[in-house]
Write a protein that binds this ligand. Structure first.
Ligand code: FAS
Ligand code: PHB
Length: 402
C-alpha cells in the first residue's frame, strides 16, 4: 500500500483494534469467528497484559459468552460459580441469594488476567495478528473511509490502513483524545475515596464475596481461587502505598470486617497491591467517523458493582454485531446506532455502581447520611423486592435488556 514516507511499512486490514485488554481481544475473537480480519496493536508486553491483576467477577451472560465462543473451558474448570454475596454491617452478615432472586442466574469469579491469558492463547492459536510492545500510536483520517493507525515497532514505523478502528485502549489510551474537541460530551464524577487492593496468598475466609460497610470505611473480601484472596479497603483518594505497610493493611481489614459471629480473615503474603481511584465517567457519543470507542476508552465505573470488564464485554457484542452487518449486508445502520445502543446499558450500570458505592462507603461525617445508609442496607436485606433489584443488576442485566 502506498504511504507518504517510503521508510514507513504499509499494512492493510478491515478492523484495526488498539488495545489487547478484554475489549480488544474479545472483539477480535468475535470478528474471527465471522471471517472478519483484524489487527490488534498493544502498547505493553504479553507478560504485562497477562499478569495485570484487575477485575474478578464475570456476569452470568459474560461467562456464558466466553464459553459460547470457545474460550471458557479453563474458566469453567478453575472459575468459581457464586450464587450469592454477603452484605456485612453492624457486625452481621446478610446474604443476597442470586439464584433464588433471579431465577437461577449467577456470577463466575475468575480473574480478568486469566480471561486475558485464555484470549491471547486462542488468538495466537488462530493466527490472529496481535502486535505487542508497539510505540508512538496515533490515528488519523477518522472521517474518511480509510482511517489509519500509525505506530512504531522495532522494525520501524508502520501505517495500518483500516475500514474501521476500534478504540479498545482503555481510559488512558490515545483514541478518545484523538477525537476533535466539541465532538464529545463527557460526564465525570470523582468519588472522595479510592480502593487499596491486594492479592494475598491466603485462603478466602468465606465461600462468597463479603461487602462490608463499617464506620471506618468500606472493605471487600473477594477471591481468585481456594488459595488466593482478593481484598480491598476504602482509603483517601491521595493514598500512597508507602503509607500502608502489610501489618497496617491486615489490622484495618480485620477491624472493618469483624463480625459478631465466629469468623476470622485468613492472612498471608501480599503478592500484589495497588490503589485505584474511584470515578464514574462516560463519553457521549462513543463513536466518531470510523472510530468506535469500546470499554474503558468510553466509560469508567466505580468497581463496587464489579462491572468494568462486564460493561466492556457488552460494548464488544454490540460492535461485533454491527460490523458483521456492515461486512455481510453492506449495512451501516447498526454501526450508526452503536453509541445509542451501548449507552442505554452504560447508564444503567453507572446507576447500579453508584448505588452500591453510595450504600457501602463512608463519604461524609454527617450522622444523617450514616442513618440513611444503614436504612438502605436494612431495607435491601429485609425486602425481597429490593434484594431482587440488587441481585438482577449484580448478576448482570440480560445483554438484550431494553
Ligand atoms: P483495558 O484498560 O483493560 O485495556 C486497554 C489496553 O489498551 C491495555 O492493555 C493497554 O495497555 C492498551 N493501550 C493503552 N494505550 C495504548 C496505546 N496508545 N496503544 C496501544 N495499546 C494501548 N473492574 C472490575 O469490574 N473490578 C475490579 O476490581 C477492577 N479493578 C481495576 C483496577 C485497576 C487498576 C484498573 C485500571 C481497572 C480496574 N477495573 C476493575 C476495571 C477494568 O477491569 C476495566 O473495566 C477493563 O479492564 C476494561 O477493559 P478494556 O476496555 O479492554 O480496557
Ligand atoms: C474482584 O474480585 O476483584 C472484585 C470483586 C467485586 C468487586 C470488585 C472487584 O465489586
Amino acid at each position: 500500500m502506498a504511504t507518504r514516507d517510503t521508510n514507513v511499512k504499509g499494512m492493510r486490514t478491515q478492523v484495526g483494534i488498539i488495545g489487547a485488554g478484554p475489549s480488544g481481544l474479545i472483539l477480535a475473537h468475535l470478528l474471527r469467528l465471522t471471517g472478519i480480519e483484524s489487527v490488534i496493536i498493544e502498547a505493553r508486553s504479553r507478560e504485562h497484559c497477562e499478569q495485570r491483576a484487575r477485575a474478578g467477577v464475570l456476569e452470568h451472560d459474560a461467562a456464558a459468552l466466553l464459553e459460547r465462543i470457545g474460550v471458557g473451558e479453563r474458566m469453567r474448570r478453575e472459575g468459581l460459580v457464586h450464587r450469592g454475596i454477603f452484605l456485612r454491617f453492624n457486625g452481621r452478615d446478610h446474604r443476597i441469594d442470586f439464584t433464588d432472586l433471579t431465577g437461577g442466574r449467577s456470577i463466575t469469579v475468575y480473574g480478568q488476567h486469566e480471561v486475558i491469558k485464555d484470549l491471547i492463547a486462542a488468538a495466537l492459536d488462530a493466527g490472529q495478528q496481535l502486535l505487542f510492545d508497539v510505540e508512538d500510536v496515533s490515528v488519523d483520517e477518522l472521517e474518511s473511509r480509510r482511517p489509519r493507525i500509525h505506530f512504531r515497532r522495532q522494525s520501524g514505523a508502520v501505517t495500518l490502513e483500516c475500514d474501521v478502528i476500534a478504540g479498545c485502549d482503555g481510559f488512558h489510551g490515545v483514541c478518545r483524545p484523538s477525537i476533535p474537541n466539541g465532538a464529545l460530551q463527557s460526564f465525570d464524577k470523582t468519588y472522595p475515596f479510592a480502593w487499596l487492593g491486594i492479592l494475598a496468598a491466603a485462603p478466602p475466609a468465606s465461600e462468597e464475596l463479603v461487602y462490608t460497610r463499617h464506620e471506618r470505611g468500606f472493605a471487600l473480601m473477594s477471591m481468585r481461587s481456594p488459595q488466593i484472596t482478593r481484598l480491598y479497603l476504602q482509603v483517601p483518594p491521595s493514598t500512597s502505598l508507602d503509607e500502608w505497610p502489610d501489618d497496617r493493611i491486615w489490622t484495618e481489614l480485620r477491624t472493618r470486617m469483624a463480625t459478631n459471629e465466629p469468623w476470622a480473615l485468613c492472612e498471608g503474603t501480599i503478592l500484589q497491591r495497588s490503589v485505584t481511584p474511584m470515578r464514574g465517567f462516560v463519553v457521549d457519543p462513543m463513536q466518531y467517523g470510523r472510530l468506535y470507542l469500546v470499554g474503558d476508552a468510553a466509560h469508567i465505573v466505580p468497581p463496587t458493582g464489579a462491572k468494568g470488564m462486564n460493561l466492556a464485554i457488552a460494548d464488544v457484542r454490540v460492535l461485533a454485531e454491527a460490523l458483521v452487518a456492515f461486512y455481510r449486508d453492506g449495512s451501516s445502520e447498526l454501526l450508526g446506532e452503536y453509541s445509542t445502543t451501548c449507552l442505554r446499558r452504560v447508564w444503567r450500570v453507572q446507576r447500579f455502581s453508584a448505588y452500591m458505592t453510595r450504600m457501602l462507603h463512608r463519604a461524609s461525617d454527617d450522622p444523617f447520611d450514616d442513618r440513611v445508609q444503614l436504612a438502605e442496607l436494612e431495607y435491601v436485606t429485609s425486602s425481597r423486592a429490593a434484594a431482587a433489584a440488587l441481585a438482577e443488576n449484580y448478576v448482570g442485566l440480560p445483554f438484550d435488556a431494553r
